[in-house]
Design a protein around this ligand. Sequence first.
Ligand code: NAD
Length: 254
Amino acid sequence: MRMKLSGKIALVTGAAGGIGSSTALCLAGEGATVVLSDCDREGCIAVQNQILELGGSASVITADVTKEQEVVGLFAELNASVGSLDILVNIAGGDREPVADVDAIDYDSMSRNLDLNLKSCILFCREAVRVMRSRRYGRIINMSSLVYRGSPGQFSYSAAKGGIFSFTRSLAMAVGKDNITVNALAPALVDVPVFERVLGAERWKAMSSDAASRYPMQRIATPDDVARAALFFASDDASFITGQILEISGGARL
Ligand SMILES: NC(=O)c1ccc[n+]([C@@H]2O[C@H](COP(=O)([O-])OP(=O)(O)OC[C@H]3O[C@@H](n4cnc5c(N)ncnc54)[C@H](O)[C@@H]3O)[C@@H](O)[C@H]2O)c1
């Protein structure tokens, strides 16, 4: 049986992380050559080794997504090495502002959240479209979050994820004529190792069980739940779908 992404080149950011590594493995499993990017080089190499062991194809180009020159450099290196780009999955991100009341919003933390989540997404899309336009083909998948709907205490993070939603729609309107689709993923809570690392086992268990009990499907998402949604948008199964945000939430906030 033909794999869904045979012959395609995919760039995945945040590829050393929980969702990024699963997505990279999922796309590689469907035949894509995956370029893994993250600021964590060791993490990327571990994922690259996993892909190579499974018989897939992967390379690593590290970059800090908040630094324009590093992102521009990444695309120059990508052009020089693999020479083209079919799929971009913008996953790098995270919440860098401690939960706080609105009057305690810290300017630097807020700026970090906007830089890491929203501005990086716009920057990667700009660079990717430059490559994709000339080839009249592209699939862009941006990482929003269910908090795009609003989340008290996560002011700048939810604003950044909401901004990704509107940017995704704007870009979809602009580049549809170039045969480029642009969609976004909006997961609810996903079971990734970073939570236990940051919160400790006990707090993470309490937080994840509480979320699971509130979701109609009574569990939180796995990274693979998200990866397979990214695969859908990257594949020809979604060839006429653009400008959409897909909630991967087990029915949370219905
Ligand atoms: N885990 C969840 O519950 C959840 C829910 C909704 C959305 N998301 C989003 O999914 C994405 C992936 O998150 P995750 O849960 O896999 O967390 P994660 O921390 O495991 O992955 C994030 C990755 O981004 C990388 N990164 C961070 N800053 C970077 C920078 N400046 N330059 C390059 N790389 C950088 C990290 O090294 C890490 O590998 C994020 O955008 C996050 O906001 C996560």
